[in-house]
Design a binder for this molecule. Structure first.
Ligand code: 0RA
Length: 648
C-alpha cells in the first residue's frame, strides 16, 4: 500500500472499502464469471462508458490497446470524467466514479445509458478487479491522474500537466488481477469482435483496437452503420437488393433498422437495445415482426402480387422472414431486461413504437421501389410453397413415427435413468468409436449415438431435405424435442449433448456440420449451453507401467521433459530411452477403458462448452464455414488454424 494513502483512508472510507471488498469477494455477481468471458467484460465495461459519451454527442473515437505488459488501455475523446470536489463526500468526482459502486452513471438523466443489461455495472468494478489501475483525464486544459491498487487510491486526484486547446477525454489503463481471474490474457479476436459490432452500431465512432503483444491492429469505422452491418453479415450470401434502411423516433425512443433478403433459407435477425445484443428478442422484435408481416401482406394484396387461384397460398410471418438478414437497434431510456439470460426486452411500449415506425416507412419505401417490392414478395411466395411441401414431408415422417421419441432409433444405446438433468448423450463419429464408447461409458447416465461420417450440410439444404436425412432424423428422435419451429427444449431427453469426433480434419468437419445443425435447428440447446465438445487426448506417453495422456503438443513436451532427467539417455529424435509416444489418430484406437479415463469420466474429463457469445459472429462463422463460397472458407480456416477450437 502506498504511503501517501495512509491518512486518506480512514473511517470515512469504510463504505468504499466494503464496496470494493464485496466486488472482490463475489466478482461473478458483477461481471458474470471469472473465466475468459468475465475478463473480457472488463474491457467492454470501460468501452461502454466511452460509447455512452458518443451517444451523448461528445465522443468520436475510442482506442483500445492490449499493452506489452498485458494490461489494457481504453482512451476516448469524451468530456472526461469530472474531477471537481464533491460537496458532500469532499472527494474528487473522479475518485467517486472509480471507487464507488454504481457511481459511474451520468449525472444528466436524459442520456441513454448502457445500463441494466450485461454490463453497466460501473467502471469501479473494473478498478476493484484490477491489480492496479491508472486513470488520466483531460479536462479544462489540464491533465489529471489517479492510480489505484485493487481499487484503493494510491493518492488523491492530482494535476499532472496541461493539455493543448480544448482537448478533453478519459484514458483508463488497468491490469486484471490474477488473484481473481483464472487467466488474465486478453484475446485480440474476442475484443475485436465486440469493437466491430459497436462500430457498426455507432456509425459516428471510430474504434481502433491494437494488440502490442501479438502485433495486430484493426480500425473499425463504418459510416454506413447498421446498413453496412447487414451487408457484412450477408457477405457470402446472395442478397437480391440493396439493404433497406429505416430510421425514426417516437416517444423519445430512437429506432434504426436495416435489412435485406438473400436467396438463403434461414432468417438472421439481430436486435440491440442500447448497444446490447438482445439474444432473446422481446418487444422491439415483436414490433418489427408484426410490421413486416402486415406491411408486406398489404403491399402484396394491393398490388395483386399473389396469384388469385383456387388454392391461393396464405403467407405467414415465417414466410416473410425466410432469407431475411436484419439488424434492429433501439435506444430505450429505462430498459427492462427479462428472460433466462436477461437479454429480452420487456418494455411493452417499445413494441408499438417500432411497429408504427416500420409500418409507415416500409410502406413508403415499397411505393418508391416497386421492383424490389416485387422481388421480395416473389421470394416469400416461394418460401410459403416450400413450407407447405415441408409440412407434407414432416407429416409423412411423423406418420412413420420416425421423429417420435416413443420409437428411439435402433443405433442409440440409451442410458438407464431418464432424468434429463443428469443424462448426457455422446454423438460419436463412426461405428468403431461408437463401440468403444458404448463399452467404456457409465450406462446409468451416458447414452451413445453413433452417426455415420459427414452429416448433411444444413446450411445449404431446404428444410424438407433436412428432414429426409437419416442421420438427422436419428438425432432428432434421440434428443426427443422436435426440430425448428416445433422445437421444445423442455422435452430434450438429455441435459448435455456431447459431440465426440476424431482429432483430424474429417473429425473437425463433422463437428462443424453438427454444430451448424444444432445452431440452425435447435438453437436453444446452443444458447443455453447444453452443447459440448469432448476433448480426447492426442498422445499417449508411456514408460514402463506408467501411462500419461497429452491433449496438445505443449503438454506432450512437458510430459517428455519429466523423463529427461539427469543422465537420461536420449535417442536421436530427442525422446528419452524407454519412453513410447503414440499419437491417437482416431477415437477407435483407444480401448474402452482409455476412452473412459481420458474423455468420458465426468470426474477427470475436460469438455468445451459451446456458447453463443455473439450471435452475429456465430452466424457469420457458420455462413463462412458452411455456405456456398469456397474462398472465404479457406481463408477463415487458415486464419484460425492456430486455434484448436472455435468459440461461436
Ligand atoms: C461521469 C459523468 C460524466 C462523464 C463520465 C462519468 C465519463 C466516464 C467515462 C469512462 C470512460 N470514459 C468516460 N467518459 C466520461 C459527464 C461529464 C460532464 O457532464 O461533463
Amino acid at each position: 500500500m502506498a504511503q501517501e494513502n495512509k491518512n486518506n483512508y480512514d473511517a470515512k472510507n469504510i463504505n468504499v472499502l466494503k464496496g470494493l471488498e464485496a466486488v472482490r469477494k463475489r466478482p461473478a455477481m458483477y461481471i458474470g464469471d471469472i473465466s475468459s468471458r468475465g475478463l473480457h467484460h472488463l474491457v467492454n465495461e470501460v468501452v461502454d462508458n466511452s460509447i455512452d459519451e458518443a451517444l451523448a454527442g461528445y465522443n468520436d473515437r475510442v482506442l483500445v490497446t492490449i499493452n506489452e505488459n498485458g494490461s489494457v488501455t481504453v482512451e476516448d475523446r469524451g468530456r472526461g470524467i469530472p474531477v471537481d470536489i464533491h460537496p458532500v463526500e469532499k472527494k474528487s468526482a473522479l475518485e467517486i466514479v472509480m471507487t464507488v459502486l454504481h457511481a459511474g452513471g451520468k449525472f444528466d438523466s436524459d442520456s441513454y445509458k448502457v445500463s441494466g443489461g450485461l454490463h453497466g455495472v460501473g467502471i469501479s468494478v473494473v478498478n476493484a478487479l484490477s491489480e492496479w489501475c491508472l486513470v488520466e483525464v483531460k479536462r479544462d486544459g489540464k491533465l489529471y491522474a489517479q492510480e489505484y491498487e485493487r481499487g484503493i487510491p494510491k493518492y488523491d486526484v492530482k494535476e499532472v500537466g496541461t493539455v493543448k486547446g480544448k482537448e478533453t477525454g478519459t484514458k483508463v489503463t488497468f491490469m486484471p488481477d490474477s488473484e481473481i481471474f483464472k487467466s488474465t490474457k486478453f484475446k485480440f479476436e474476442t475484443l475485436a469482435e465486440r469493437m466491430r459490432e459497436l462500430a457498426y452500431l455507432n456509425k459516428n465512432v471510430s474504434i481502433t483496437i491494437e494488440d502490442k503483444i501479438e502485433e495486430e491492429k484493426e480500425v473499425f469505422h463504418f459510416k454506413g452503420g447498421i446498413k453496412e452491418f447487414v451487408a457484412y453479415l450477408d457477405e457470402h450470401r446472395s442478397p437480391f437488393h440493396k439493404p433497406i434502411y429505416i430510421e425514426g423516433e417516437k416517444d423519445n425512443t430512437p429506432v434504426e433498422l436495416a435489412f435485406e433478403y438473400s436467396t438463403a433459407y434461414s432468417d438472421n435477425i439481430f436486435t440491440y437495445v442500447n448497444n446490447i445484443n438482445t439474444h432473446e428478442g422481446g418487444t422491439h422484435l415483436s414490433g418489427f415482426r408484426s410490421a413486416l408481416t402486415r406491411t408486406l401482406n398489404n403491399y402484396a394484396s394491393k398490388n395483386k402480387l399473389i396469384k388469385d387461384t383456387k388454392n391461393k397460398i396464405m403467407l405467414t410471418g415465417d414466410d416473410f422472414r425466410e432469407g431475411l438478414t436484419a439488424v434492429l437497434s433501439v435506444k430505450v431510456m429505462e430498459p427492462q431486461f427479462e428472460g433466462q439470460t436477461k437479454t429480452k426486452l420487456g418494455n411493452s411500449e417499445v413494441k408499438s413504437v417500432v411497429e408504427t415506425i416500420v409500418n409507415e416507412k416500409l410502406a413508403e419505401y415499397l411505393e418508391e421501389n416497386p421492383a424490389v417490392g416485387k422481388k421480395i414478395i416473389e421470394k416469400c411466395v416461394r418460401a410459403a410453397e416450400a413450407r407447405e411441401a415441408a409440412k407434407r414431408a414432416r407429416e409423412l415422417v411423423r406418420r412413420k413415427n420416425v421423429l417420435d421419441s416413443m420409437h428411439l432409433p435402433g443405433k442409440l444405446a440409451d442410458c438407464s435413468i431418464n432424468d434429463p438433468e443428469h443424462c448426457e448423450v455422446y454423438i460419436v463419429e463412426g461405428d468403431s468409436a461408437g463401440g468403444s464408447a458404448k463399452q467404456g461409458r457409465d450406462r446409468r447416465f451416458q447414452a451413445i449415438l453413433p452417426i455415420k461420417g459427414k452429416i448433411l450440410n444444413v446450411e445449404k439444404a431446404k428444410i424438407n431435405k433436412v428432414l429426409e436425412s437419416n442421420e438427422i432424423k436419428t438425432m432428432i428422435s434421440a434428443i426427443g424435442a422436435g426440430i425448428g419451429l416445433d422445437f421444445d427444449p423442455e422435452k430434450a431427453r438429455y441435459g448435455k449433448i456431447i459431440i465426440m469426433t476424431d482429432a483430424d480434419v474429417d473429425g473437425s468437419h463433422i463437428r462443424t456440420l453438427l454444430l451448424t445443425f444444432f445452431y440452425r435447428h435447435m438453437k436453444e440447446l446452443v444458447s443455453t449451453g447444453r452443447i459440448y465438445i469432448a476433448q480426447p487426448p492426442l498422445y499417449k506417453i508411456k514408460k514402463g507401467k506408467q501411462e500419461n495422456y497429452a491433449f496438445d503438443d505443449d503438454e506432450r513436451d512437458r510430459l517428455l521433459a519429466r523423463y529427461k532427467t539427469d543422465g537420461a539417455e536420449i535417442n536421436e529424435e530427442g525422446i528419452p530411452k524407454g519412453v513410447v509416444i503414440s499419437r491417437y489418430k482416431g477415437l477407435g484406437e483407444m480401448n474402452p477403458d482409455q476412452l473412459w479415463d481420458t474423455t468420458m469420466n465426468p470426474e477427470t474429463r475436460t469438455m468445451l462448452q459451446v456458447n453463443l457469445e455473439s450471435a452475429a459472429a456465430a452466424d457469420k462463422i457458420f455462413e463462412t464455414l458452411m455456405g456456398d463460397a469456397v474462398e472465404p472458407r479457406r481463408e477463415f480456416i487458415e486464419r484460425h488454424a492456430k486455434y484448436a477450437n472455435i468459440d461461436i
